[in-house]
Design a protein. Structure first.
Length: 94
Protein backbone atom coordinates (compact mmCIF):
# COMPACT_ATOMS: atom_id res chain seq x y z
CA UNK A 1 0.00 0.00 0.00
CA UNK A 2 1.24 3.47 -0.86
CA UNK A 3 1.09 6.26 1.70
CA UNK A 4 0.66 9.88 0.77
CA UNK A 5 -0.76 13.23 1.80
CA UNK A 6 -2.51 15.78 -0.36
CA UNK A 7 -1.60 19.45 -0.13
CA UNK A 8 -2.73 22.63 -1.77
CA UNK A 9 0.16 24.93 -2.60
CA UNK A 10 0.33 28.31 -4.27
CA UNK A 11 2.48 28.72 -7.36
CA UNK A 12 4.50 31.91 -7.80
CA UNK A 13 1.89 33.01 -10.38
CA UNK A 14 -0.84 32.77 -7.71
CA UNK A 15 -2.50 29.62 -9.04
CA UNK A 16 -3.43 27.07 -6.36
CA UNK A 17 -2.24 23.54 -7.16
CA UNK A 18 -3.29 20.27 -5.52
CA UNK A 19 -0.19 18.14 -4.92
CA UNK A 20 0.11 14.52 -3.82
CA UNK A 21 3.23 13.98 -1.71
CA UNK A 22 4.17 10.30 -1.40
CA UNK A 23 5.86 8.95 1.73
CA UNK A 24 5.95 5.40 0.35
CA UNK A 25 5.04 3.73 -2.93
CA UNK A 26 4.20 0.08 -3.52
CA UNK A 27 4.71 -0.44 -7.25
CA UNK A 28 3.45 -4.02 -7.11
CA UNK A 29 0.01 -2.81 -6.07
CA UNK A 30 0.11 0.35 -8.23
CA UNK A 31 2.51 -0.20 -11.18
CA UNK A 32 1.89 3.31 -12.57
CA UNK A 33 3.90 4.69 -9.64
CA UNK A 34 7.03 2.88 -10.89
CA UNK A 35 6.87 4.89 -14.11
CA UNK A 36 6.42 8.10 -12.14
CA UNK A 37 9.54 7.32 -10.08
CA UNK A 38 11.61 6.48 -13.18
CA UNK A 39 10.40 9.60 -15.01
CA UNK A 40 11.02 11.76 -11.90
CA UNK A 41 7.37 12.78 -11.81
CA UNK A 42 6.63 11.47 -8.33
CA UNK A 43 6.35 14.26 -5.73
CA UNK A 44 6.43 16.91 -8.43
CA UNK A 45 3.98 19.31 -9.97
CA UNK A 46 3.35 21.40 -13.05
CA UNK A 47 1.25 24.56 -12.88
CA UNK A 48 -1.62 24.52 -15.37
CA UNK A 49 -1.69 28.31 -15.48
CA UNK A 50 1.96 29.32 -16.04
CA UNK A 51 3.65 25.97 -16.80
CA UNK A 52 6.12 26.20 -13.89
CA UNK A 53 7.43 22.80 -12.81
CA UNK A 54 9.06 21.61 -9.64
CA UNK A 55 10.30 18.32 -8.27
CA UNK A 56 10.04 18.32 -4.50
CA UNK A 57 13.12 16.91 -2.78
CA UNK A 58 11.45 14.61 -0.29
CA UNK A 59 12.45 11.18 1.01
CA UNK A 60 10.19 8.20 0.33
CA UNK A 61 10.16 4.41 0.47
CA UNK A 62 10.04 2.48 -2.81
CA UNK A 63 8.70 -1.08 -2.49
CA UNK A 64 8.52 -3.61 -5.33
CA UNK A 65 7.42 -6.98 -3.97
CA UNK A 66 7.85 -8.78 -7.31
CA UNK A 67 11.49 -7.69 -7.64
CA UNK A 68 12.09 -8.00 -3.88
CA UNK A 69 13.20 -4.37 -3.71
CA UNK A 70 12.79 -2.14 -0.68
CA UNK A 71 14.62 1.12 -1.36
CA UNK A 72 14.69 4.24 0.74
CA UNK A 73 15.08 7.21 -1.60
CA UNK A 74 16.65 10.32 -0.09
CA UNK A 75 17.36 13.67 -1.77
CA UNK A 76 20.97 14.72 -2.28
CA UNK A 77 20.74 17.68 0.09
CA UNK A 78 19.97 15.23 2.94
CA UNK A 79 22.78 12.79 2.05
CA UNK A 80 24.79 13.75 5.14
CA UNK A 81 21.84 12.87 7.39
CA UNK A 82 21.19 9.48 5.78
CA UNK A 83 21.90 7.39 8.89
CA UNK A 84 19.85 9.65 11.16
CA UNK A 85 16.87 9.62 8.77
CA UNK A 86 17.13 5.84 8.28
CA UNK A 87 17.02 5.24 12.05
CA UNK A 88 14.02 7.55 12.37
CA UNK A 89 12.15 5.81 9.55
CA UNK A 90 12.91 2.33 10.86
CA UNK A 91 11.54 3.38 14.26
CA UNK A 92 8.39 4.78 12.58
CA UNK A 93 7.81 1.72 10.40
CA UNK A 94 8.70 -0.78 13.14
Amino acid sequence: MSKFDTYRIKCECGNVITLTLYHSVNVTIDPSLRDKVIERKLNSYRCDKCGAQSELAYEFLYHDMDRKQWIFVIPKHLEGKREEIAKQKIAEWG
